[in-house]
Structure formats: structure tokens, C-alpha cells
Design a protein around this ligand. Structure first.
Ligand SMILES: Cc1ncc(C[n+]2csc(CCOP(=O)(O)OP(=O)(O)O)c2C)c(N)n1
Ligand SMILES: [Mg+2]
Length: 330
């Protein structure tokens, strides 16, 4: 067992994957920008928690996953779902609470699910995701499948008893799971230094008897590097790892929270300078992996797809009264 602190970025992503990862990253970012606008204009019902600024974490991890693998999003999970391949049209319709949405408009932002893409359901109960995930991991192990689940949770959730119990069980049973903290430095309005004493949450891995990693969650290459190691290990029956992906919550806790009463403006402005989309784009330019025309083509295709998604969501039919109890099991 060892702890590894990745401070440097090494390039390990296969070159052929880079355009698709950029497409996913740009899609996640623009999906957030578009939905924030719609929500602010009172077009979307319910509640939105934006993942803006955290997108490099799920996108990098999606590059290490394939069909048959699973991801467990939290209440802040649009980018998790999109990077795992969920269709932005059906996601948008779900946010509009329409019949054509992934869950017939009954799930909304916080409880969206799609079995086909390996998203068994986002959850609004902080710390519940890892408990659901170890059940999935146990099923994969019992069925002798070569697949894994990546279970996301926040820095705040790392203080929940359920998270400790889930990681302990997964370690004991050597389950094919990777636990990933999207460490955005806040739990609602509480800064991390006011909710936990440890500086580096990955040191807790030692207490569970598993590998722990800390990486720069805004650097897609750095996340890919540690995630590919941890996922490979879990796939081969080597058991779980804990990844602390350090990032920053650029916006308030939910869309509508100005986020300015519990932190300095300067801190937010500094964090914005480390934008994961811009950082990845700069790196790709430096590597000459994509030229300006290729970036432009990807971006305009995604913009057109999102325009189509908004029209689809807006114009889709509402669920009917008689469908109210359909798919309700308890
Ligand atoms: C069990 C439980 N306790 C409290 C809440 C209220 N709540 C919603 S989000 C949140 C903060 C979670 O922080 P973190 O885990 O860091 O995730 P983030 O919101 O930063 O993505 C809290 C306390 C909840 N939904 N569930
Ligand atoms: Mg947090």
C-alpha cells in the first residue's frame, strides 16, 4: 500500500483519444452554461447544482471507462452523466420535467438515471452514492465481469459515516471500485478547513488499507494518470483506491446562490485563472494535437447539439396526469 502525490503532469493519454475528450469537456462546460441561463430565466423547474469548473475530473475518468462500466454521480453530476455518454437531448428534456426525458421528467437534475450508459441514478442524499456503488461493485465481482464502478462524492461527503463504511467494506471484499472525491473546497457554505482537519483527504486511504492518490482535478492529464492506474488495478481484481481530485467550486452551492458571503472575491478570481477547459485546450495546442480548425469544428458541433437539445426539451410534451404513478415502486 502506498500514497502517491501527483504534483506534475505527465502525458499518458493516447493521442487518438484527445479530440473526443476535448469534445466531452466542451460539451460538459456548455451544458452547464446553457442550463444555468435557462434556470435563471425560470425556464427549468426544480434545483440545479452546477459542476462548472469540475468537468475535467469525470471527463478524464470517462477516457478510462467503456461499455459495461458504471459511474455514480452526486447531486452535482451533469458532467459525470454527459462524459459517460448520456444524451444531452434526453438530459435537457429531463431538466424540463418532460415526458421525453431520461426518467419521464420524474428524476430531474438530482435523480437522473440511465442503465444503458451505466448511470444507475444520481442521488441528492450526501454520502449515499458510495453505499449504492459498493452494491454494484459486488454484483460485478459475483458475476465475474471485467468491469468497474467509479463512485463520485464531495469533500463534505467524506465526513459522512456511510462513506467510511462503504470504503471499508469495499477494501475488505476487494471490490472493483474506485472512489473519487470531487474536492471542490466547499460543503454548501462551509469551507473545507471548517469541516475537516486533514489537509490531504487521500491520506485516509491508509486507514482503509487501500491506495490513495491526490491529483490536480483541473488538469485533465493529471486526473487521467491516476485514474487509469486505479481503474486498471480494480479491473484486474486488485481492489479499490481512493482519489482526491482537488478542484474549486467556481459558482455558489446551487444556481441562485451568489456564493459571495462565505469566501473572498479574490479567492474565486484566482481559481478562475485555472480553468480546466482552457488548461486542456492550451496543452493540446502546445502538443499540436488539434489545430484551430479542429477546435472550431468540435465547438460548433457541440453548440448545434445543445441548441437542438434545448428545442427538444422546450417543445416536448408534458407527462399526463394518468402517468403520475408509473415507474413508482415504493
Ligand atoms: C445526508 C445529507 N445531509 C445534508 C444534506 C444537505 N446538503 C446538500 S449538498 C450538501 C453539501 C455537500 O458537500 P460536498 O459533499 O462537498 O458536495 P458538493 O456540494 O460540494 O459537490 C449538503 C450538506 C443532504 N442533501 N444530505
Ligand atoms: Mg464540496
Amino acid at each position: 500500500m502506498f500514497l502517491t502525490y501527483y504534483k506534475e503532469t505527465r502525458v499518458s493519454i493516447p493521442k487518438a483519444q484527445l479530440p473526443e475528450l476535448y469534445r466531452r469537456l466542451y460539451l460538459c462546460r456548455q451544458f452547464e452554461n446553457v442550463t444555468i441561463k435557462l434556470f435563471t430565466n425560470n425556464e427549468l423547474p426544480g434545483f440545479l447544482h452546477s459542476q462548472l469548473g469540475q468537468e475535467a475530473i469525470p471527463v478524464a475518468i470517462s477516457g478510462c471507462l467503456g461499455d459495461g462500466d458504471f459511474m455514480q454521480p452526486t447531486h452535482r453530476g451533469h458532467a459525470d452523466m454527459l462524459s459517460k455518454g448520456m444524451d444531452p437531448r434526453k438530459m435537457m428534456a429531463e431538466l424540463y420535467a418532460k415526458k421525453t426525458g431520461y426518467n419521464q421528467g420524474k428524476g430531474g437534475s438530482m435523480h437522473m438515471a440511465s442503465v444503458k450508459e451505466g448511470i444507475l441514478g444520481a442521488t441528492g442524499i450526501v454520502g449515499s452514492g458510495p453505499v449504492i456503488s459498493i452494491g454494484v461493485a459486488l454484483a460485478l465481482q459475483m458475476d465475474k465481469k471485467p468491469n468497474v464502478i467509479v463512485s463520485f462524492f464531495g469533500d463534505g461527503a467524506t465526513n459522512e459515516g456511510s462513506v467510511h463504511e462503504a470504503i471499508n467494506m469495499a477494501a475488505l471484499w476487494n471490490l472493483p471500485i474506485v472512489f473519487v472525491i470531487q474536492n471542490n473546497q466547499f460543503a454548501e457554505s462551509t469551507p473545507r478547513k471548517d469541516h475537516q482537519k486533514v489537509d490531504d483527504i487521500s491520506i485516509r486511504a491508509e486507514g482503509y488499507g487501500i491506495d490513495g492518490y491526490t491529483c490536480d482535478g483541473n488538469d485533465l492529464f493529471a486526473v487521467y494518470e491516476v485514474a487509469s492506474k486505479a481503474i486498471k488495478k480494480a479491473r484486474k481484481g486488485g481492489g479499490p483506491s481512493l482519489i482526491n481530485a482537488v478542484t474549486y467550486r467556481i459558482l455558489g452551492h446551487y444556481v441562485g446562490d451568489p456564493g459571495n458571503l462565505y469566501r473572498d472575491k479574490e479567492e474565486v478570481e484566482n481559481a478562475k485563472k485555472r480553468d480546466p477547459l482552457q488548461m486542456f485546450k492550451n496543452k493540446l495546442k502546445e502538443m499540436k494535437a488539434l489545430d484551430d480548425a479542429a477546435f472550431k469544428r468540435i465547438e460548433s458541433e457541440v453548440d448545434a447539439l445543445l441548441d437542438e437539445a434545448v428545442t427538444f426539451g422546450r417543445e416536448s410534451p408534458e407527462p399526463q396526469d394518468e402517468e403520475l404513478m408509473a415507474y413508482i415502486y415504493s
